[in-house]
Each structure stands twice: as C-alpha cells, then as structure tokens.
Ligand binder design. Structure first.
Ligand code: IMO
Ligand code: MG
Length: 422
C-alpha cells in the first residue's frame, strides 16, 4: 500500500509547478491533475525546448508515465486536443499514457461566453479571469446541470449539449451589451470531442485506489495556488475550485488517509495575475525589476504579472492549510543581484500588527518587513546546497524556522537540470 503525494502552489499560482512535477516524475508512475482546467499554464523546459501545458499533467513527456486528468478537472476539448496535437508532434501517439476521467466536467463554448460576459459586466471589479469558462463550468457542476466526459459517449449527447447551451443563451441575454458569435468555436469543439474518443475515459477513483493498493507511486499535480482557493483564498478574487490539498481527495477519489507527502511550492518572491489583494505588491522600480528579471508574464494569457516580496504571513497560512511536509523554493536566482531582500512577517491593520491571514484576504493592511542581505552572486550553476552563499542559506533557514518545514528542493533556473535537491 502506498499513498498519493501531492505537489501544489502555495501562493497565487505560477509558482513553477510544471517544472517541479517534471523533475519529480522519475519517482512516480502516475501523475494526476485533480482540479482546475485550462486556466492553468504549467511550463516545462528541457533539451532547449519549452512547453506549456494547460490540462495535460506535467508527467506526459516522461517515458512510461501514466497521466490522469481527474474527475475534479474541467475540460475544454478544443484546448485539450490542441495540447495533445503539440505533444504528439514531438513524442508520437500518447493515447496509451493519457487517461481522462468520465466524471470530469466539460467546458462548453457557451461557458466561455458566460465568463466573458460576467467579467465585462463587473467592470472595474472584475476578477481578472483567464476567460476559459472555468467559473461557469464549475457553477453548472455544483448546480447539477453540467455535462461530463462520460456523456460524450451517450447517444443523446447532442441533445444534452443543446439543452445546456439553450440555458446559457438565455442567461447571456441578461447581458444586452455583450455580443458574441462562437459558431466557429462550436464547430472546433465538436471536432475535438469526436477526436477525444480515441482516449480512454475511465473511473479514475477505481484506478487510483487500485494503484494505491498495488504500491504504484502517484503524484497529484495541483493547479493555481492556495491563495486562489475557492474557500480559503482571497475571495471573490479566486478561482472556482479547491486548490488546496483537500481537493485531492474529492478531485481524484481518495480518502484523506491516503494522502502522503505534500510538496508546497513557492517563489522566493511573490506574483499575482488578475485582480485582488496582494499585501506585498511593489509598484516601484523593484516590482518592475522582478517582472523583467523573472519573465513574469502569464503562460496562459501573456498578461504582465504583479510582483512583490515574499509574504511569510500568507506562506505560513498556506503551509498550515495544506499540511505541507516539504517545501520547494523556485526562482531563487531572480534575486541574485539584489543588495537587500525583504520579507513580510506581519500585517499592520487598524494600528495593530497581526500575524495571520485575514478573512478579507488582507485588504487594507500594511506589511511589516524584515530585511535580509542579498547574496549578490550568480547561483544558477550551483547544484549542491553546501556550495550556496551563506546569505542564501540564511534566507532559507529563516523560511524553515518560520514555517517549521524543510526546504527540500531549490530551483536556480528554468531548466530541468537547474535544480538543487537536498
Ligand atoms: P497555474 O496553474 C495564476 C487566476 C486568474 C484570476 C483568477 C480566476 O498556471 O498556476 P479563472 O480563470 O480561474 O476564472 O481566474 O485566478 N488564475 C491563475 N493565476 N496561475 C494560474 O494557474 C491561474 N489560474 C487562474 O488570473 O485572477
Ligand atoms: Mg501558470
């Protein structure tokens, strides 16, 4: 009997989950996505090439891996097939190594339209959604109207589709200013649905529990980040799924007692794309420096990411909520040239300093910073922890002391190889 290990983001997404999963996969037979959908953009870099995955688990490029899109995921067949075509152009047929949950929900073209209409109507208070139809698809799931992957095989699939689409058309008429024509996308959607049939649609909960019993190592790959969690993130500026470790149970069909290690990934600083509270955000030259040095532009939408210092209050909250057992620090190298590095260790709210993450997502607070001396050297070529500069080790030691969790992996560059494992 084995347990399911989990990799997930501890901030607002884009922590580097793709790279970490790719680095960890040699230890696992199966990689499974358990929530989210094409709003995710997981980048992998190896052999001089870069790939961005949105729905397909990041284990797909490893030989003999099994990649599962779990029941908790929402799938846009157009985006998924497009991704599959790109992977197959490089690696050949992947229909034996990619399995899709029958219970996963489908994102309809009209879900995308609803997402766009809703965001447009919100104006300045918009969420900053990736506009992939994530929110509306999850609304139909919990509203018990959704279409699932298994439905594709039903004889009356087209009827079911039309019924849901009609409902959406009615809802869209509530937005008189919003005009759309998605007939072209709809055509592509049906073509993609047809092609998807060459993949196996499975009861993933049965397979995953069988793997657990047979000692087959499984890694669950989170999307988005803990602070975008529908329950515990900076609501309403969140995504529509449980991005935290708890989501693995419902998104793959395993019991809480079957969750093993929880690898929590964070950047050595912070970023956020889209709207919502971000206590340590920098609006000055330093923010711009981090954006340029860290290439902080969205992998899914190309939008510039908001940048700021590491937020220890938020990080401790995420470590607690996920039961993180191992920390993974990404993009450390981006801080190479800085004289001083700051970390928020508390929030000042109404004259008082608090050290927890408040219900309103830390709106109207002022961070209290602790300063660290920068290491001022290029660490990109370093592969063993002992060779890192003392200032770097001090930064890591501080994070470990504050969170009570060891930093096991440190990334010093985007490539698969640029990784220090302790
Ligand atoms: P990965 O997996 C960063 C953000 C959006 C928006 C909010 C809601 O690459 O880390 P949605 O499309 O879900 O309705 O958007 O969540 N968001 C992400 N930010 N990384 C992601 O995924 C994200 N997925 C969604 O920018 O603020
Ligand atoms: Mg991303």
């Amino acid at each position: 009997m084995t347990k399911v290990d989990v990799v997930l983001g501890l901030q607002w997404g884009d922590e580097g989950k793709g790279k970490v999963v790719d680095v960890l996969t040699p230890n696992y037979k199966a990689i499974a996505r358990f929530q989210g959908g094409p709003n995710a953009g997981h980048s992998l870099k190896f052999g001089g090439e870069e790939f961005v995955l949105h729905t397909v688990p990041s284990g797909i490029f490893r030989e003999n891996s099994i990649n599962i899109i779990g029941n908790g995921v929402v799938i846009d067949p157009v985006i998924l097939m497009d991704e599959i075509h790109k992977i197959e152009a490089k690696d050949g047929d992947i229909s034996k190594k990619l399995l899709i949950a029958k219970r996963a929900q489908l994102i309809l073209p009209s879900h995308r339209m609803l997402d766009a209409a809703s965001e447009a109507a919100k104006g300045a208070s918009k969420i900053g959604s990736t506009l992939k139809g994530i929110g509306p698809a999850y609304m139909d799931k919990t509203g018990r109207n959704g279409l699932r992957v298994g439905d594709i095989l039903a004889e009356n699939f087209k009827e079911k589709y039309n019924a849901l689409k009609e409902k959406h058309v009615g809802m869209l008429s509530l937005y008189p200013d919003f005009t759309y024509d998605n007939s072209e996308y709809e055509q592509k959607w049906f073509a993609a649905v047809e092609e998807l049939k060459r993949f196996s649609f499975i009861e993933n909960e049965v397979l995953v529990n069988q793997y657990i019993n047979d000692d087959v190592a499984i890694l669950a790959e989170g999307a988005q980040g803990s602070l975008l969690d529908i329950d515990f993130g900076t609501y309403p500026f969140v995504t529509s799924s449980n991005t935290m470790a708890a989501g693995v149970c419902t998104g793959l069909g395993i019991a809480p007692s079957k969750v093993g290690k929880v690898f929590g990934i964070f950047k050595a600083y912070c970023t956020r794309v889209g709207s919502g509270p971000f206590p340590t955000e920098l609006f000055d030259d330093m923010g711009e420096y981090l954006r340029q040095a860290g290439h902080e532009f969205g992998a899914t939408t190309g939008r510039p990411r908001r940048c700021g210092w590491l937020d220890m209050v938020a990080l401790k909250y995420a470590v607690m909520m996920n039961g993180v057992t191992d920390l993974i620090m990404m993009k450390s190298d981006i801080l190479n040239d800085l004289d001083t590095i700051k970390v928020a260790v508390g929030y000042k709210q109404d004259g008082k300093v608090i050290d927890w993450f408040p219900y309103d997502g830390a709106e109207n607070i002022e961070p209290v910073y602790q300063e660290f001396k920068g290491w001022k050297s290029d660490i990109c070529g370093i592969r063993d922890y002992e060779s890192l500069p003392q200032e770097f080790k001090d930064y890591v030691a501080f994070i470990e002391k504050e969170t009570g969790v060891n930093v096991r992996i440190i990334s010093v560059g985007p490539d698969r190889e640029a990784t220090i494992v302790r």
